[in-house]
Design a binder for this molecule. Structure first.
Ligand code: UD1
Ligand code: MG
Length: 465
């Protein structure tokens, strides 16, 4: 009996806590069937249940994953223990079940009105299409299409992620796959929204006009976001907790931004998009907090590429269907910096080892920048050597040269290593906390700029406060 294994069994306190949470959430959920269905409350309740389910399932299934070969060594600990890998798969499955169960809720009102149940007869009997019998022609099929396309995209990305965790797909092979996963989103966007023009900042308007139509390029741009978001989260990784905390920060800031639109004094035209976004972000936060509980330092499980891809795709989905991709880009600035900073290694100008995570110094117990080593007969070519020295002078890289000016080692090109170059050796949890705090600060500045400075370069902020 797996569940009674000492390491996998939940403690009495945990069981009581989780049971209380799940029962309370189920009661709230049942209550939403009165009145208009209150989908936002239902979504919150389902997110609580998602937290509880993920919390318990990760504990119960961890050893099963290890036995199936889904395991990884924590490279930054004295005891190089094997931990369950790919726990993001559990998050993805719980998440998908929850959003699928949620599908009827936002349509409850429409369904009740259309089938003339639930005391809404008056509304319905005024409609003159009695011959149609059931008034489903009034049903918002477009909204339903958005939901279903989002679910298809997220399922596709979960399959890709699990495949990658099982078979370690080559980087250049898996890079573009999120673009395929985004096709259902783009089709729905085309049918429903179809807006392919961007607002031009005032200083440029004399040259380009007020709106600039990107046409088909707009779809390329959205596909690029779907590629960038998952991959950029996956490569800002390698220390306990960081994949999950960065995703939680982005989700929280996006949800905060959504809430702003719901709190405007009058109904905002974008209310529906932002409600939609919340319906997909809240359950994501539910499963992510449960995962963080196990993945934070000292990690008891790894999240796997499944989690990183899935998280990135949740963000791309809400941003594309909600038409706020620029806001998402603002919140992905640290990931964007890390991505651009990584390009010398991603494009092979500088050798890229399989792992670039910081080096654990077993003597001090602290993390130090990991390095790429150069030998006397393998030195960077002249232009690259020049670039490396320049980065060193700008304090954007640590370079060690021998007495004759030959390269001995260069720190790896990730923001995590760069942080250690700046801050000196740090303990792993301290490092994760600092990077997360930096991300919160950048994200809040980004949102502030989005809503306040937008007024300076655009005629109006579309929040319209
Ligand atoms: C990406 C990074 C790689 C980094 C790795 C760490 C690029 C191009 N790729 O590769 O440099 O080393 O993520 O996740 O930047 N691990 C730990 N501690 C942690 C997290 C992970 O030791 O806190 C190790 C474990 O052995 C785990 C493995 O990293 O099994 C997971 O690596 P994986 O996610 O498969 O690497 P990639 O995403 O391919
Ligand atoms: Mg990874």
């Amino acid at each position: 009996m797996m569940a009674h294994h000492p390491e996998t069994a939940l403690s009495r306190n945990e069981t009581m806590g989780l049971l209380t949470l799940v029962i309370a959430c189920a009661a709230v959920l049942a209550n939403t069937f009165q009145g208009d269905g209150e989908p936002l409350i239902a979504s919150l309740a389902l997110s609580g249940i998602a937290f509880g389910a993920t919390y318990a399932l990760i504990r119960w299934l961890g050893p099963t994953f290890i036995r199936s070969g889904l395991k990884g060594v924590d490279m930054s600990k004295h005891h190089r223990r094997e931990l369950p890998e790919c726990m993001g798969a559990i998050c993805a499955v719980v998440y998908l079940l929850v959003v699928i169960i949620f599908v009827p809720f936002p349509f409850y009102k429409d369904i009740v009105a259309a089938t003339s149940g639930g005391g809404n007869r008056d509304v319905v009997l005024q409609v003159d299409h009695v011959s149609q019998g059931r008034f489903l022609h009034r049903f918002p099929h477009g909204k339903l299409a958005s939901y279903l396309s989002a679910i298809i995209s997220l399922q596709s990305i979960a399959i890709l992620g699990i495949g990658d965790d099982l078979f370690d797909i080559r980087w250049r092979h898996k890079f573009f796959i999120p673009a395929f996963a985004s096709i259902p989103l783009l089709v729905v966007y085309f049918v429903d929204f179809g807006v392919t023009s961007i607002v031009i900042p005032i200083p440029l308007q004399p040259f380009l006009g007020e709106l600039f139509n990107l046409g088909a390029l707009y779809y390329v741009y959205m596909a690029a976001i779907a590629i960038f978001s998952p991959n950029s989260i996956n490569i800002l990784a390698g220390i306990n907790g960081i994949e999950v905390t960065q995703s939680i920060v982005i989700a929280l800031l996006l949800a905060f931004n959504d809430a702003l639109y719901l709190l405007t004094p009058y109904p905002h035209p974008a209310t529906d998009s932002h409600l939609f976004s919340l319906y997909f972000l809240l359950p994501f936060l539910g499963v992510s907090f449960a995962l963080l509980h196990y993945n934070w330092y000292p990690a008891r499980v790894f999240v796997g590429d499944t989690y990183c891809y899935f998280a990135g795709m949740v963000f791309a989905t809400v941003a594309i269907l909600g038409h706020f991709s620029k806001t998402l880009i603002l919140l992905l600035l640290p990931q964007g910096f890390n991505f651009i900073y990584s390009t010398p290694q991603l494009f092979g100008l500088v050798p890229c080892p399989r792992h670039r995570l910081p080096r654990f110094n077993a003597r001090t117990g602290l993390m130090e920048p990991s390095v790429t080593e150069w030998t006397a007969d393998r030195q960077p070519r002249a232009p690259i050597a020049w670039g490396l020295r320049l980065l060193h002078r700008l304090r954007l890289l640590r370079v060690t040269l021998d007495s004759e000016g030959r390269f001995i080692e260069t720190s790896n090109f990730t923001i995590i290593n760069l942080w250690l170059v700046w801050r000196g050796p740090l303990r792993e949890d301290r490092l994760a906390t600092e990077i997360t705090a930096m991300q919160v600060a950048v994200g809040m500045l980004g949102l502030f700029a989005r809503h306040k400075l937008a007024l300076l370069i655009f005629k109006e902020d579309n929040l319209g406060l």
